[in-house]
Every structure is written in structure tokens, then in C-alpha cells.
Design a protein around this ligand. Structure first.
Ligand code: UDP
Ligand code: MG
Length: 312
């Protein structure tokens, strides 16, 4: 019987400082775990440093390493998709970050869960290394996400995990451009397992995902998995309209009964106009979020463009 083929998919963006250690630790893993046929697919997401050259050199030394180069920086989610699209040979794919926050030493445990029948294995963090504003942002996002969507994600999971062949096919077959990996991983279903691990500090270098970009993923996650923002606008509109109607009746009745005759209430009027204007603008903004996403999807532009990759 041949060994199970495992592809490790790693998006890389300006990671020259960590790559040597990554190669060393993956090499050690490959040497220790001889029960698998290993392959590492490193997707260079338009790095501006020597990352691509380093991976190319490693691939020349060790054919188990592969470099896929994108034509520019497309972002983490797209780079991950580009890597997963090239795992046709693999029985399972491990998804992880390049910065060694996801330690390669945990991979055998993840694969053990996969061999026990889980098509989707999520590595869950026992501890989180993020602090400060990032931490608050993550917590807020998970709170909102958990309440808004029907496919909740475990708050302590990230990209790190395993997809079995059927799960890879399902993921690669998804047509959308705005991708939020943890959400889609929950959406595709399949028997799943969680394996706890300790998230490490970045081995070197700085985080490559800016806070703005993370905020955008959060919006993608929320808007592509929930209609609730739209529904809230509807409820809000109904509520304001009912209030308006009630207030109208109230004043009409007062007029008819002759309680009130003079035209007053300039302040009330200004307040109402501003309030309603605000509510309408928020409503249009929410519509716009969906509309922009629909526009992006109907353009059918590819999620990423491969500049260079090994054949096959
Ligand atoms: N990354 C990428 N494209 C980008 C930004 C980041 O491929 O535009 C990669 C990066 O090299 C790393 C992974 O995505 O392997 C996670 O990035 P980072 O460590 O900056 O994110 P965080 O740990 O803060 O989520
Ligand atoms: Mg990181």
C-alpha cells in the first residue's frame, strides 16, 4: 500500500526572516514522520522581499518543496485558495501560516484525527498570543459572528488544520471570490474534529496582515454568511415608520379636538429629519455592502493570477 500523500499549503508574504526556520522544522517533520508522502506548497503572495527566491532555492534542494508565485499580492485568503487548487495529488491538505505561529510539530496529531475519520480537522488554540486592540477586535468579531450566522466557527480556530480529499474538492468547487476560510470550512460540513495546541509567537518578522485587512475579512465573514444586517434595517425602518404614524395620529387628534392650534415644534422637526436621514444612510450603506459584493462576484474575475508554478 502506498503512503498517504499530504500537501502542506502555506501562503507566504514577505516572510524572508522566518523561512529558513520554517524549512528546517518542516524538514525535521518530514524526516521524523516517514508514514506519509510529504509535499509543501508555498504560495508566494507577491512578496517584495527575498521570500520567493528563498523558496525557489529550497525547492531546488528538496523536490518536496514547491513554489507557486502569484502575479501580485492578492491577500491571504486568495493565496490559500491558490495553494489548495494545486493539491490534486494529495489525500489531505494541511493549511497553515508561514510565520510558525502554527507549529509544524502539531501536524502529526492533526493527521491522526484525520485518519480516524474527520474530513475537517481544526487546530484550536489553547492560548492566544494576540493582545491589545487586535485581541479586542478578534473577540468582538467572534461575538458578532456567532450571533449573526447559522454556521458558527469555534472562536479559537484559525487557518491551521487539515482538509481531507472530499473537503478539498468541496472547497475548491466553491465559486465565490470573497472568501472567509474558517466560515467556509464550517459551511462545507463533513465530520470535523478539534485538536488543541499552543499558539506560538511569530518566529520572526512582523505580522503581515494589517489591522485594516483583518477588519475587511471580518466584514466579508459577516456579510457573506448573514442576511441579518439587511433584516435589521427592515426592522428599524418598520419601527421608525410605526412611530411616525403614531406621532402623526397623535397630532391630528389634538388638532381636531382643538387642543393645539399654533404651528410649533421646529426642534422636533429638525431632530426627526436628521434622525431619519441617518437611518436611511445607514440602510443604504448596508445595501451597498451587499451590492458591492454582488458586483465583485458577477465580474467573475479570478481570485488570483499565477505568475509561475511547477507544471501539473
Ligand atoms: N500572508 C499572505 N498574504 C498577505 C498577508 C499575509 O499570504 O497579504 C500570509 C503570511 O505570510 C502568513 C499568513 O498569511 O503566512 C498569516 O499572516 P500574519 O502572520 O501576518 O497574520 P496573523 O498571524 O496576524 O493572522
Ligand atoms: Mg501570524
Amino acid at each position: 500500500m502506498s503512503l498517504p500523500k499530504i500537501a502542506i499549503v502555506i501562503p507566504v508574504f514577505n516572510e524572508e526572516a522566518v523561512l529558513p526556520e520554517l524549512f528546517a522544522r518542516l524538514g525535521a517533520l518530514f524526516a521524523a514522520q516517514t508514514g506519509y508522502a510529504w509535499q509543501a506548497i508555498l504560495v508566494d503572495d507577491g512578496s517584495r522581499d527575498r521570500s520567493a527566491a528563498l523558496v525557489r532555492a529550497q525547492a531546488a534542494k528538496d523536490p518536496r518543496f514547491q513554489l507557486v508565485e502569484l502575479s501580485r499580492n492578492f491577500g491571504f485568503q486568495s493565496a490559500l485558495s491558490a495553494g489548495l487548487a494545486r493539491t490534486a495529488e494529495a489525500d489531505a491538505a494541511v493549511t497553515m501560516d508561514a510565520d510558525l505561529q502554527d507549529p509544524p510539530e502539531v501536524i502529526p496529531e492533526l493527521l491522526a484525527a484525520w485518519r480516524e475519520g474527520a474530513e475537517v480537522v481544526r487546530a484550536t488554540r489553547r492560548s492566544r498570543s494576540e493582545t491589545g486592540l487586535r485581541r479586542v477586535g478578534f473577540d468582538l468579531f467572534h461575538l458578532l459572528y456567532g450571533r449573526l450566522t447559522d454556521y458558527p466557527i469555534e472562536p479559537n480556530t484559525g487557518t491551521f488544520g487539515v482538509l481531507g480529499r472530499p473537503a478539498i474538492e468541496a472547497f475548491n468547487g466553491l465559486p465565490e471570490r470573497h472568501r472567509f476560510f474558517p466560515g467556509l470550512r464550517a459551511w462545507i460540513g463533513f465530520p470535523a474534529a478539534d485538536v488543541p495546541y499552543d499558539r506560538q509567537e511569530r518566529a520572526a518578522g512582523k505580522p503581515q496582515q494589517s489591522f485594516r485587512r483583518l477588519a475587511r475579512y471580518a466584514m466579508d465573514g459577516l456579510f457573506s454568511f448573514s442576511y441579518l444586517p439587511l433584516r435589521l434595517v427592515t426592522y428599524c425602518g418598520l419601527f421608525v415608520a410605526l412611530m411616525g404614524f403614531a406621532v402623526g395620529v397623535f397630532f391630528a387628534v389634538r388638532r381636531i379636538l382643538g387642543v393645539e392650534t399654533a404651528a410649533t415644534g421646529f426642534t422636533t422637526l429638525v431632530t426627526l429629519v436628521l434622525f431619519l436621514g441617518g437611518v436611511q444612510l445607514v440602510g443604504i450603506g448596508v445595501l451597498g455592502e451587499y451590492l458591492g459584493r454582488i458586483y465583485d462576484e458577477v465580474k467573475h474575475r479570478p481570485q488570483y493570477i499565477v505568475k509561475r508554478a511547477p507544471r501539473g
